[in-house]
Design a protein around this ligand. Structure first.
Ligand SMILES: Nc1ncnc2c1ncn2[C@@H]1O[C@H](COP(=O)(O)OP(=O)(O)OP(=O)(O)O)[C@@H](O)[C@H]1O
Length: 293
């Protein structure tokens, strides 16, 4: 998806909000849109999503299926969550059966199952925001556009956003996300665009921002297969060690940082670890070795 010399103003004689924006994003890429309040981030996202049309210029190669989550979910509608989402799935081109399945999947996944029969105006802001996320994911989007997606979400739900983003990227989709709260540190691989004084620019990536180290735990018997799969997916495996102290519980959840603890013993790696990446940041997840993407 690319903006080609896009200009936008809301009224005929109004000020230009965006001037000559020329920027694009490829399949499998994410970009974070940053800028001060009122700079034009939402405007840029709406142009990308096709919600707004450029006053001048054009947007090309927009994927057929676009998921757009506005900053505020429009909850002032007389429907319950299930009815609303099924209707949105139908509007997105799903058959009744597909829409029903997709709604069941996403309401379950986003913790909305118990709100199925609750009417939209009665939802809290965070729950309404999750309905917006579910709506955007009903058909796997080729482009997912998220305007301040963390707004209103409680701490336990915030992790959902990077999870969904990763899934869209893994399926070859693109993601645009605006964020003024600094939550996008959770997306270390994303490109960064800034909007200021009507201009959209890309911030050049600095060395070391391009990688993150993800610590994961797998049953010891599955190490070889996991390492092989991670390498096949293009990840670098930096090391493998045995967790003798039980720092992870049975469900694979981590209860302490694992590396370098007394009692850890190296387990044979099917191949030697790849060269370590310098300047990387660390983060923990709940699934499988020590890898960098
Ligand atoms: N529907 C509209 N009609 C007229 N002006 C608008 C409209 N929507 C936005 N604007 C103006 O366009 C400019 C950019 O707004 P926009 O919402 O895109 O900024 P933003 O960077 O997303 O801000 P925020 O971080 O506060 O959401 C602002 O001056 C705003 O007042």
């Amino acid at each position: 998806m690319r903006l080609e010399n896009v200009w936008l103003r809301y009224h005929r004689r109004g000020p230009w909000v965006l001037r000559d924006a020329a920027i694009g994003i490829a399949p499998g890429e994410a970009a974070i849109v940053q800028g001060r309040n009122g700079a034009g981030k939402s405007t840029l996202l709406q142009l990308a999503a096709g919600v707004l049309r450029p006053t001048r210029g054009r947007v090309v190669e927009r994927p057929t299926v676009v998921g757009w989550v506005p900053e505020r979910f429009p909850a002032d509608q007389p429907f319950d969550v299930h009815y609303y989402l099924v209707a949105m799935g139908r509007m997105a081109g799903l058959t009744p059966v597909e829409a029903g399945r997709a709604v069941d999947h996403w309401t379950e996944r986003l913790g909305l199952a118990r709100f199925r029969r609750v009417r939209l105006p009665e939802l809290s802001k965070g729950t309404a925001q999750k309905v917006g996320l579910a709506q955007a994911m009903l058909r796997p989007p080729g482009l997912l556009v998220l305007d301040e997606p963390w707004e209103g979400l409680d701490a336990s739900s915030r992790e959902l956003v990077p999870e969904l983003i990763d899934e869209v990227l893994a399926d070859g989709g693109s993601v645009l996300v605006s964020d003024h709260r600094g939550e996008t540190v959770r997306l270390p691989g994303a490109r960064r665009w800034t909007v200021a004084a009507g201009e959209v620019d890309e911030v050049a990536p600095t060395e070391g921002q391009a990688y993150a180290v993800v610590e994961i735990a797998v049953p010891a018997a599955q190490v070889a297969g996991t390492v092989t799969r991670l390498r096949a997916d293009g990840h670098r495996v930096l090391g493998v060690h045995l967790d003798r102290l039980g720092a992870t519980d049975g469900a694979g959840r981590e209860t302490a940082a694992a590396e370098g603890r007394p009692g850890d013993a190296p387990v044979p790696d099917p191949e030697p670890p790849d060269v370590a990446v310098s300047g990387s940041t660390t983060a923990s997840t709940a699934s499988g070795g020590q890898v960098a993407r």
